[in-house]
Design a protein around this ligand. Structure first.
Ligand SMILES: [Fe+2]
Length: 311
């Protein structure tokens, strides 16, 4: 698929615009985008081409960016209001909407101690298949990850497309899942990693959220809303729910529905956060530096199930 953004002759007095190229990956997960300068404000036509490619492929890959924090914010805001990251030490250059995803301490510009408790729980949390903020009533819509400094070895990100996985299920299986309500709880991830619970006042700020197990999107596509924060399913024992969630995760993370992004400095990956579980792959935390900037487009409505809002 190619999406024309104009190709006008310079003699005409109009601006010469290269053509945007959108190359879907062979597996159907994601597309690579070229021929666009994301350092400049996006013309409406280009934005529209990206928006429809994002809806069609759920993950877009861009290469060789040289983005400032302001440029990343300006691009991301085209897709909706951005989430804030309240802890100043996690913010990139003091921008509250840009999160440093990193093992580098901002104040000293050195690698954080591997046993630093906050860093350890972050690393454990991101290494499991998860959907960002699935434990919120309004889960994030999309994330933009821009790689500034990546390890030579490891540190890749895996993505699992739960829309393609859902499409592969039998009609009977789809029917059996379509009215289930799944509860997402941030504490579940900590329990499973044998980390101590967070203080009660912190837990109170992010209570568990009820979500449809099968989320239906505005375009009619459906996604399995699972991941490491999935804690229970209403009407099932913990054990039965765990078995079902684990089985669905296994289906979603088969090679046919996954994509491994091997980062190069300057890469940007934008992904649909409702239907893309993801996980960070290991790297030498003590020796290799890894720094990405993340912006996240906030959710603006609760997820709908197959039969509309969940009761
Ligand atoms: Fe994440």
């Amino acid at each position: 698929m190619q999406s024309g953004a104009g190709n006008l002759e310079p003699e005409s007095g109009n601006l010469l615009m290269a053509e945007i190229t959108i190359t879907p990956r062979a597996t159907g997960i994601g597309a690579e985008v070229g021929g666009i300068d994301l350092g400049k404000p996006l013309p409406d036509k280009s934005f529209e081409a990206l928006r429809s490619a994002f809806e069609a492929y759920r993950l877009l890959i861009f290469r060789n960016l040289h983005w400032t924090v302001d440029q990343q914010v300006a691009y991301s805001e085209k897709f909706g209001a951005l989430e804030d990251f309240p802890d100043p030490k996690d913010q990139a250059e003091g921008h509250k909407t840009v999160l440093r995803v990193t093992n580098i301490d901002r104040a000293t510009n050195t690698i954080k101690p591997v046993d630093d408790p906050g860093h350890k729980s972050f690393t454990l949390g991101t290494s499991a298949w998860h959907i960002d903020s699935s434990f919120r009533t309004l889960p994030s819509k999309a994330s933009v990850l821009y790689a500034l400094e990546m390890p030579e070895d490891g540190g890749d990100t895996m993505f699992a497309d739960t829309t393609l996985a859902y499409d592969s299920l039998s009609e009977d299986r789809k029917r059996a899942l379509e009215n289930l309500v799944i509860v997402h709880d941030f504490e579940e991830t900590r329990r499973r990693h044998k980390l101590p619970p967070r203080p009660p006042e912190v837990q109170a700020a992010t209570p568990p959220a009820r979500q449809p197990l099968v989320a239906e999107r505005a375009n009619g596509r459906r996604a399995l809303f699972i991941g490491s924060h999935a804690a229970s399913i209403e009407g099932m024992t913990y054990e039965d729910a765990r078995t079902l969630i684990d089985e669905l995760e296994e289906i979603c993370t088969q090679p046919a529905y996954t994509y491994r992004h091997e980062w190069k400095d300057g890469d940007m990956v934008m992904f649909d956060n409702i239907c893309m579980m993801h996980q960070a792959m290991p790297y030498d935390l003590a020796k290799s530096r890894r720094l990405l900037h993340r912006t996240t487009v906030a959710g603006d409505a609760p997820l709908a199930g197959v039969n509309g809002p969940i009761a």
